[in-house]
Structure formats: structure tokens, C-alpha cells
Design a protein around this ligand. Structure first.
Ligand code: GLY
Ligand code: MN
Ligand code: MN
Length: 438
């Protein structure tokens, strides 16, 4: 594991320091999800629970109780069970939760209804991520009602319920040196995967076969999973923002848009590249591509400490709108077209998002109603796009069905930024040169 036990302990300590006195925090594991009948999706632990513990098993609840004499950090986990472990795999059990995951105290998850109300009792405040999982919301209320039912015997139920997400999101937003090392490696692996896809691309290849090349590189590099469903969109499929069917054959003369990033040790990368199926951009593709690229490069330049979250986005809107006017896809005054949001016909999403354990990571984008100031340790994507709908009759035919996005992962540093995903070519010349070598 690349994140040390000491770092997990630091995170718990930092969170407990933010909590009000006499409080308790409860963090549940992610539910297991069925794919079909009795076949499950691969289990992925909830990012919050993993962030605080490194514990990846399902059916667990993490509890933090600052100041508790018998231990502040409690894990409820599945008990060890020889038969179940033969069928489904290893379990740490309560003993392992203490020995391997540093819990101060641990109990079987099956006993939680008997034990947790006792831990909540006497605490004035309960922190949990409200509204994330309605099953769990109900469970918390059941535990509290168990205490309420005993008030006449002297039990004191909590009086306040507070959202834990706010504190946790704030902690997760700022990445440590160890987290940045993992994210950098995730970026490098993902960059190699995109290079591999470019090299294997030719007319007739199926979109999902390029996805296979991407997955091959992820897994051969030690990243078992993609951080999100890979998008491979040839031609007009590149205009569908969340196209994951990946079921068409790639055509000579089209572009292909690939949006793919691996998950490494619970941290995501998120890269998009758009390149010609046959290795050579057409004049129209090149013209639109270079606007998108100029926008992306200029946006990365303003992604730095002291600037606002929205500055990179505004930069992309300005450059893309101006570019579309220059090419005749939009008509009118650039400022006016920005004010009326006319550019949204071609560029309908934002220029990026926070990146971390979740691909669209946690963290506020505004503080006190204002766009947040960028600070060192924040990681964001910069991903402008230009999409000309195949049925857009307002523009000349030659532009229709071209979809382009260029996306990199950027960490804000003390004196600027570092692009974690810079190892994939992105200029027309670099891409054409790479594709010409195979
Ligand atoms: N791959 C999802 C995104 O780019 O936001
Ligand atoms: Mn993406
Ligand atoms: Mn993204």
C-alpha cells in the first residue's frame, strides 16, 4: 500500500480535530451491487471509509469517537468465517481490524445494532454523510431511536445531527505528498494507455477494441480497474459526452475521442485525447482541434494558486468562442456570444472538476458564494471540448459530427502547476508523428 498507516492515522486525527466536542462520526462501507441475478459488480470501497482506514472490505462501519477512553477509532467488520472465506475470500475480522488496520477497538458487524447505540449514547452530536445512502440514514435513526426509547431509564440521546461530508471533503481536497505520488503514477499509466491506443488505431477496429488496449496497459501496469467507464467514440459518437457503448467500428477519415483513466490504489486519473483514426487530421478537424488545444493550454496556464476555480473555465469559453467565430461556426460579437451563452451549442460542459479518490472528486467549488481560490495541493482536470452535432444545419456540412475534447490532470503547486498526464502527445504534429511510426 502506497499510503502509510501513519498517514491514515493523521487523517483520522485531522478529522477528529475538526469535530465539535462530545461528538461521534459514523462512516459506512459502500453497499455491494448486483450486476445480474447472483453476480456482483466488483466491490469498490466507499472513498470516505477508505480514506480514513485503508479498509477495503464490504459490510463495515467506521466510527470515530474523540476522547473515548477505550479507544477513539472503532471498526465494525465481518467476522472471520471458515466456510464463507472458502467461498468468497479472506476477511480481516475484528482481530485483523485491530492488528492490520490499527483500530483501537473492533466488533462484528452483526452486533452493531446492540453496540453502536451504546457508543452514541451520551454524545451530543452525530456526524454522518446525510442523504448519501437512504438505507444507512434509516439505520442511524434506528440506533438513535433505540436510545430515545430508554430516556426514562436515564439515557441521553444526541441532540444534533451534522453533515460529516463538509469536513471530509475539505480534507480530501488537499492532497498530501504521498497522494500526489500515487496520482502521478496513475497519470503516467493512463498516459501510456492512451499512447498504446493511438498506436493500435486504424480503420475497422471496433471502439471496444481500443478500450481493450487501454485496459491492457492499465492492468499490465498494476492498475486493475478503470476509474470510470472508458469512452471510445469514433466520428459523431465523439459528440456524445458520456458515450460508453463503444460498439461501433472506427472509420477512415473520422476522429476518435478516448476518455479513459485508471484507478491506482483508490486514486483516479482522467485523460481525454482525440485523434484521427487514420493518423492524419483533415483541415476541418485540425482547425477545430487547434482551437480546443489553444483553449486547454491557456486554461492550464491560469490554473495556479491565487487564481479562482472559474478562471480556467472562463479562459476556455473565451478562446473557443473566438475560434468558432473565426471559423464561421458562430456569428456575432464574441463578448455578446459569451453573455448569451451561444457557445454552449458547441461547448456545453465545464472545463473541469476536482480529481482524487473519486473521478469527480469532493470539495466545494464556491466558498461564501464566490468561486474558490486555487491553492497548492488541489488537483483538477482541464478539459475543454468542441462538439458539432451531426444534425446541426446551421453550420456547413464539413464541420458536422466532429467531436473533440482534450483533458489533462493538473496539480496546483506553490509556484504554478504540474500536469500529471503530460506524457500523451496532444499537438497535431506530435499525434501525427506518433501514429506515423506504426
Ligand atoms: N471522464 C469523466 C470526465 O471527464 O469528467
Ligand atoms: Mn474524462
Ligand atoms: Mn474529467
Amino acid at each position: 500500500m502506497r499510503i502509510s498507516k501513519q498517514e491514515f492515522a493523521r487523517r483520522r486525527k485531522a478529522l477528529m480535530a475538526m469535530m465539535e466536542p462530545n461528538s461521534i462520526a459514523i462512516v459506512p462501507a459502500a453497499p455491494e451491487r448486483i450486476r445480474s441475478r447472483d453476480t456482483e459488480h466488483h466491490y469498490r470501497q466507499d472513498s470516505d471509509l477508505f480514506y480514513l482506514s485503508g479498509f477495503a472490505e464490504p459490510k463495515a462501519v467506521l466510527v470515530l469517537i474523540p476522547g473515548r477512553e477505550h479507544g477513539e477509532y472503532v471498526l465494525f467488520v465481518r467476522e472471520r468465517n471458515r466456510e464463507r472465506e472458502t467461498w468468497d475470500g479472506y476477511r480481516a475480522g475484528p482481530e485483523g481490524a485491530i492488528n492490520e488496520y490499527d483500530a483501537d477497538d473492533s466488533f462484528p458487524i452483526d452486533d452493531i445494532d446492540d453496540i453502536l447505540p451504546g457508543l452514541i449514547e451520551g454524545r451530543e452530536r452525530v456526524y454522518y454523510a446525510m442523504g448519501k445512502d437512504s438505507e444507512f440514514d434509516k439505520q442511524v435513526m434506528d440506533w438513535v431511536n433505540t436510545i430515545r426509547a430508554k430516556v426514562r431509564s436515564g439515557a441521553t440521546p444526541p441532540g444534533e445531527f451534522l453533515d460529516l461530508s463538509h469536513f471530509l471533503n475539505e480534507l480530501r481536497l488537499f492532497k498530501s505528498a504521498a497522494e500526489l505520488r500515487v496520482m502521478k503514477e496513475a497519470g503516467e499509466i493512463s498516459a501510456r494507455a492512451h499512447v498504446r491506443a493511438m498506436k493500435h488505431c486504424k480503420a475497422g477496429v471496433m471502439e471496444y477494441q481500443l478500450e481493450a488496449e487501454i485496459m491492457h496497459e492499465f492492468q499490465m501496469s498494476g492498475a486493475r480497474f478503470a476509474a470510470y467507464n472508458t469512452i471510445v467514440g469514433g466520428g459523431k459518437n465523439g459528440c456524445i459526452l458520456h458515450y460508453v457503448e463503444n460498439s461501433a467500428a472506427l472509420k477512415n477519415g473520422d476522429l476518435v475521442l478516448i476518455d479513459a483513466g485508471c484507478e491506482l490504489e483508490f486514486y483516479a486519473a482522467d485523460i481525454t485525447r482525440t485523434f484521427p483514426v487514420n493518423g492524419k487530421f483533415s483541415p476541418e478537424q485540425k482547425a477545430l482541434y487547434n482551437i480546443c488545444l489553444d483553449a486547454q493550454i491557456a486554461a492550464i496556464e491560469v490554473a495556479k494558486a491565487g487564481n479562482h476555480w472559474n478562471d480556467p473555465h472562463e479562459m476556455t469559453v473565451k478562446i473557443i468562442t473566438q475560434g468558432l467565430v473565426d471559423l464561421g461556426l458562430l456569428e456575432g460579437n464574441v463578448n455578446e456570444l459569451i453573455k448569451t451563452e451561444a457557445y454552449k451549442e458547441f461547448y456545453m460542459h465545464r472545463a473541469g472538476h476536482w480529481l482524487g479518490m473519486d473521478v469527480h472528486d469532493v470539495g466545494d467549488y464556491k466558498v461564501g458564494g464566490e468561486w474558490r481560490v486555487l491553492e497548492p495541493g488541489m488537483v483538477m482536470t482541464v478539459e475543454p471540448g468542441i462538439y458539432v452535432a451531426p444534425d446541426n444545419e446551421r453550420v456547413a456540412k464539413k464541420w458536422r459530427g466532429i467531436g473533440i475534447r482534450i483533458e489533462d490532470d493538473v496539480v496546483i503547486t506553490k509556484d504554478g502547476n504540474e500536469v500529471l498526464t503530460k506524457d500523451v502527445p496532444k499537438t497535431v504534429e506530435e499525434i501525427e508523428a506518433l501514429m506515423a511510426t506504426v
